[in-house]
Design a protein around this ligand. Sequence first.
Ligand code: 3PG
Ligand code: CO
Length: 560
Amino acid sequence: EFSWKLKDHTSLPKGKTVAMVVLDGWGETQRDQYNCIHLAQTPAMDSLKKGAPDKWRLVKAHGTAVGLPTDDDMGNSEVGHNALGAGRTYAQGAKLVDLALESGKIYDGEGFKYIQESFDTGTLHLIGLLSDGGVHSRLDQLKLFLEGATEHGAKRIRVHVLTDGRDVLDGTSVGFVETLENFLAKLREKGIDARIASGGGRMFVTMDRYENDWNVVKRGWDAQVLGEAPHKFKNAVEAVTKLQELPDTNDQNLPPFVVVDGGGKAVGPIVDGDAVVTFNFRADRMVMAAKAFEYEEFDKFDRVRFPKIRYAGIIEYDGELKLPSHYLVSPPEIEKTSGEYLVHNGIHVFACSETVKFGHVTFFWNGNRSGYFNKEMEEYVEIPSDTGITFNERPKMKALEIAEKARDAILSRKFDHVRVNLPNGDMVGHTGDIKATIVACKAVDDAVKMILDAIEQVGGIYVVTADHGNAEDMVKRDKKGNPLIKDNGDINVLTSHTLHPNTYVQVPLAIGGPGLAPGVRFRKDLPDGGLANVAATVLNLHGFEGPRDYEPTLIEVVEN
Ligand code: 3PG
Ligand code: CO
């Protein structure tokens, strides 16, 4: 019954080159001194906006519109790109883990049974991001799981924390560590030997992505498994408090530390017979650590010791690699994505970004699958990101190089669909550096211009959108939207993605180019359209109807 063959669109032609441009972290909000997109020179994006309402509109990119638990959840790249690529929304990792914890089903599954085998004689280690950001993990889920695990037999527990400051305000990590310490103290009162064993900042320890820098994972391995780190403390609160005072140090890049006993011995290295659970539900920044814990053959760094453990992810991280082989919650089954439809319908696909966002336009876009659907039809190009810096030091990143690759792919006429992610607004926005973020936004606009020019030359079509907000608001605000100012007069810098209190975050969506058939315009009857509506829209622009189960297209064709 099912067929990959898409119906021809009733009026739109085939054969146009379509550029799909995703600006990472580029939302729409008031134009004030905290809006780096407004502060930057962005002539290309400004000119697209003039096409409103027929060729430019806003789409939802947060909360339930992208499969997150509530509308108070800000958007992020994972759910944003999943929705863009899949054309539908799915209950995402955050929600699925919530449900499994609430119902207790998490303890009935194969994954939990597998790690449970270690509880009698071994330690249960939990590794993950410690915050309530809700992008990669949530502290309330960790607490529920700790409680549940002890009720199901865990007697000795070690938590290895990664401090955030990126999905939540910088400086909040001490508070999260305190909360966790208090919680573990209560478990100890019940006779459970539960402690924090190690830690480090998420951007410096463990949570690298897309193989940008294996040293990050190695630092985590050394602290968590070997019990070795440059800094040793009696407890984690003291560690985070003291380490933050080092020059140029914040929650995101805190150096690794281990907690030691009176004799200076690490309290929780991972050893033979232990169980390990990585509790981040978002995949991109856990895949590398999962490989280190799971793969017998491994040459990315010297693990020194490869303990015989039972390892599980809280969720499956990569459906194609089947990684990890044990997990506690089944991931959303994102199938029949637009990328797979395209190759089945003769569309040649080119996708490109730099390393730090490369998987967004491939892995996330394709429903958390690494690799090609059909190598003959697709080419994915990764431009190596700079490593060992924070991106405010080089805010232009590789935007120009990405745009050049896209331009060349378009002009080569070998590809029908050219997809890129331009990371700057997000990656530099996350540093909280306003000056650098302005430079970042200008670099993105220059890149957009280069791609639009190429589309002009081949008579193609462009679609420009964003996955969520970031650079358009760099200050933490109160419920009324007023900036929160500290006692010393400084602003509370917002390093995270955005969620504007009144409108919630919405991102731009623009279409155009010489190949766009006359009479194509945005429909007026879908004011609440979100990122998931973009896939059917793009399939239309390739000359196909969207599949029946996709969210409806945002465009219509009117006679003129
Ligand atoms: C990160 O992983 O860098 C942040 O937590 C979220 O950013 P992203 O969703 O834009 O990747
Ligand atoms: Co981001």
